[in-house]
Write a protein that binds this ligand. Structure first.
Ligand code: SF4
Ligand code: SF4
Length: 165
């Protein structure tokens, strides 16, 4: 989110000022932040922690220079919350946000998604917030099974336990 100078710059991209919910700003998901302006972040020096800390993978040097999120319609990251979630233990996962409807059908976006999903689990979140999981079949099935087991355990937190008489 418009952070310190680096070989790559956010410039006209405001993707991550739009799709995430930012409680510190009372900003809902998929609504451009009120502080975003053509000159950049209007409260840059006082921007909250999530803005300060966030860097998408493109800004960190992944993918091609022309793959800036606002150009291809996809933003990639690997949030700790997902990467360290028990459902994904030992499984490489990448999160992708669709910046506008239909963006994943763009030529470059399609190519990237195909390439990534051959090697790892791809969590694609649509502009409406729907999540789609793609990737090598064994990995996707493992993650789905873990999620199902977790839900089952949550519904019955102490399986086998008998109530005391
Ligand atoms: S999505 Fe990436 S390139 Fe775009 S504003 Fe955020 S950090 Fe910068
Ligand atoms: S405060 Fe600044 S960096 Fe944070 S979402 Fe708003 S415009 Fe973006």
């Amino acid at each position: 989110m418009h952070t310190e100078p680096s070989p790559r710059r956010c410039d006209a991209c405001f993707a991550c000022c739009d799709y995430p919910a930012i409680p510190e700003l009372a900003k809902p998901a998929y609504q451009l932040c009120q502080h975003a302006s053509t000159a950049g972040c209007a409260i840059y020096a006082a921007r909250p922690g999530p803005c300060h800390d966030y860097r998408c993978l493109w800004l960190d040097g992944e993918f091609e220079p022309g793959d800036r999120p606002d150009r291809i319609g996809l933003a990639f990251d690997q949030p700790t919350l997902i990467a360290e979630h028990p459902d994904y233990a030992g499984v490489q996962v990448i999160c992708v946000r669709e910046l506008w409807e239909g963006a994943p059908r763009g030529e470059r976006a399609k190519d990237l998604l195909l390439r990534l999903s051959r090697a790892m689990v791809v969590r694609l979140v649509s502009h409406g917030g729907r999540t789609q999981v793609m990737g090598p079949r064994a990995m996707v099935e493992l993650v789905a099974q873990r999620a199902a087991d977790r839900k089952e355990a949550a519904a019955d937190p102490k399986p086998g336990r008998r109530d005391p008489p």
